[in-house]
Design a protein around this ligand. Structure first.
Ligand code: PRX
Length: 638
């Protein structure tokens, strides 16, 4: 950490209100905030309370005077071979049409709209339209299957669901409408209406009175003018579900004013970006990175943003770099997994295009390994910036603030604590703060969390407090559930999760969610799911199953059949991301004497590592069975 940044960070904590009052000027307020941070009821922080603003106004309307004709949204699909640029004025018009349609369908301020969509422009229209009228969007990743979607529909209770006929991946059409219909059959809550973008990719069964085509409704609202609803800064803008220790995903709830200020400030201080430049974030709108850095932050900052549907290697492994050249991309944001996929391709693809516009590549979502960081850094010859954060935070917790002061990265480290974050390492058993270098502890944040971070768990304040603020002993402190260490200069290193969350290709999944689905199979008596290291995806899920019929432990054909059924079940209920890469059959699972599953030991065995301390293990034979079964399974695969 350099001295200037150190001062900047210190000021953000010691003169908190003055610091954030300054940042608040980066956005438009209809009424300025009455108070900067109300922390009278910890751990609930109310940022910029009394201030009235609107996310959509800040993303679109306020830029119209200066940049109406400049590109705002560049929607590229290498799946359908389409590329369309919407200027700020055009995007503004589309969003007003969408807002009018939602209003026609009965959506009012405070209502929820669930968005289950592929990476198409209409998804962005829907999100911004919700923000415009003060409704909350709840975007569900398109890769989630019907049962997962149903759980989220029941929790969010949306008035309207916005969806599409289909997405496409690797040239394969994935029909969304049948998945949505199945989810609505499973869900207790029924939305009044469903709005559908028809891409002409898959046939749709239309339910009369409930289902409407965007194409038709858009025509009816073509000239609509829908003013922005000025909402209090603390008015929730959206919920986004994320995995934790239990099988039930949490609805992370975000505010309006704090989020807008945090994103605007990050574009300046972290990304060192200018209005008029082009941002290309390869994430998905179903994840937090997509919310913050495909949709809101670039637009709030007056930049063009690229929305990309497709794979990084199709039609060829140069496709992202072709886009960088064509749209003069200045800022690129991706995940280490994608770079590992590209690294397996011919390196010549990286020198075929003019990448001189690019200022940097930001990578997040999972640990950035040194070989990957080095490889892409040398190939692009721009800074590669690791950044660490969470769905809960909404913007980077640890990274390098190049807009404050250019600072070199350290390989293996996402960097240092960002302004506003009072990051500490805590001893998990005593709750004491670890201040020395190289001491391993739980990465925690002292309240209040800065603007932009989650307000609460949707409709569950108690869970917010208990899960995040009371998991560590001692005073109320936000736990990230990640292990970390810090070096002498304040650079942090992330050492993995403290809970049962795994990270598959940069996507966060709870092992409990997968276990609940697997154990629902009639042939499964018991199951443990662990995350196992994978060279490309970072981690993959592996299921260790105790079958009801022990034949699966000895007969290869029975095992294969049951494995295929277990995989298909996860595909159908959660989605392919959570599908175990392997299912291994054993007679019993290794547990402690008190009956707790020894996941860490199972994981170590699957990764061929030392299992560490096993004094609490009830029956050593159980772990030996896992060891033998994993070894036998490895032989079958090779
Ligand atoms: O374990 C950390 C890991 O991903 C988790 C958060 O995932 P999600 O809620 O999907 O948000 C992703 C936003 C970028 C964290 O608790 N993680 C995220 N970034 C990094 C990381 N682990 C190591 N290095 C990172 N840069």
């Amino acid at each position: 950490m350099t001295e200037d940044y150190r001062q900047f960070h210190r000021r953000s904590l010691e003169q908190r209100d003055a610091f954030w009052a300054e940042q608040a000027r980066l956005i438009d307020w209809q009424t300025p905030p009455a108070e900067i941070c109300d922390y009278r009821n910890p751990p609930f922080a109310r940022w910029f309370a009394g201030g009235a603003t609107n996310l959509c106004h800040n993303a679109l309307d306020r830029h119209l005077a200066e940049r109406a004709a400049q590109p705002a949204l560049i929607a590229v699909s290498t799946e359908t071979g389409t590329e369309k640029t919407y200027s700020f004025a055009e995007l503004h018009a589309e969003v007003q049409r969408m807002a009018a349609v939602l209003q026609t369908l009965g959506v009012q301020q405070g209502d929820r709209v669930l968005v289950y969509m592929p990476m198409i422009a209409e998804a962005v229209f829907a999100m911004l339209a919700c923000a415009r009228i003060g409704a909350l969007h709840s975007v569900v990743f398109g890769g989630f299957a019907a049962a997962s979607l149903a759980t989220r529909i029941d929790d969010a209770e949306p008035k309207v669901v916005v969806s599409a006929d289909a997405g496409s991946r690797g040239g394969r059409v994935i029909a969304y409408k049948p998945l949505l219909d199945e989810a609505l059959r499973l869900a207790r809550h029924q939305p009044a209406h469903v709005l559908l973008a028809d891409r002409g990719l898959a046939p749709m069964d239309i339910v009369a009175g409930r289902d409407h085509l965007w194409r038709d409704m858009r025509e009816l609202s073509f000239d609509a003018q829908v003013p922005c609803a000025w909402v209090d800064s603390t008015h929730p803008s959206y919920t986004l579900y994320t995995s934790g220790t239990t099988g039930k995903p949490k609805g992370v709830q975000r505010d309006t004013g704090g989020y807008a200020v945090a994103l605007a400030a990050s574009m300046r201080h972290i990304f060192d970006a200018r209005p008029g430049q082009t941002y290309f974030c390869t994430s998905d709108i179903g994840w937090v990175v997509g919310h913050s850095y495909i949709v809101y932050a670039p637009l709030i900052h007056g930049m063009a943003t690229i929305l990309y549907e497709g794979l990084p290697i199709r039609p060829d492994p140069g496709v992202w770099w072709r886009l960088v050249q064509q749209y003069r991309v200045t800022h690129m944001f991706s995940a280490p997994t994608a770079i590992r996929v590209l690294r397996k391709q011919d390196p010549a693809w990286l020198s075929r295009y003019d990448l001189s516009s690019l200022q940097g590549l930001w990578l997040a979502g999972e640990p950035l390994d040194e070989p990957t960081a080095r490889w892409i850094g040398e190939a692009l010859r721009v800074p590669v910036v690791d950044n660490y954060w969470q769905t809960e935070s909404g913007w980077p917790i640890l990274t390098i603030a190049n807009g404050v002061q250019k600072t070199p990265s350290r390989l293996g480290s996402p960097g240092f604590a960002m302004y506003g974050y009072d990051v500490k390492l805590i001893d998990e058993s005593t709750g004491e703060e670890l201040t020395g270098a190289q001491q391993k502890g739980v990465l925690a944040i002292e309240g209040p969390l800065p603007p932009g971070c989650m307000q609460t768990v949707w409709r569950d304040d108690a869970r917010f407090v208990k899960t995040y603020w009371q998991s560590l002993p001692g005073p109320l402190r936000y736990s990230t559930f990640d292990w970390g260490v810090r070096d002498e200069d304040g650079y942090f290193y992330i050492l993995g999760r403290t809970d049962d969350v795994i990270n598959v290709a940069g996507h966060r999944l709870g092992t409990r969610e997968i276990e609940e689905i697997v154990s629902g199979h009639a042939g499964v008596a018991e199951v443990a799911v662990v995350g196992v290291a994978d060279a490309v995806k970072g981690q993959v899920a592996v299921a260790i199953v105790v079958p009801r019929d022990a034949t699966a432990c000895t007969d290869a054909a029975t095992a294969q059949r049951l494995e295929a059924e277990v995989m298909a079940r996860v595909d159908a209920q959660l989605g392919a991301l959570g599908r175990p890469a392997r299912v291994v059959f054993v007679g019993l699972l290794p547990k402690t004497r008190s009956g707790k599953l020894l996941r860490r030991a199972i994981q170590a065995v699957c990764e061929g590592r030392d299992t560490g301390d096993l004094t609490t293990l009830e029956d050593p034979a159980a772990l030996q069975q896992v060891r033998d079964a994993v070894a036998a399974r490895a032989q079958v695969s090779s």
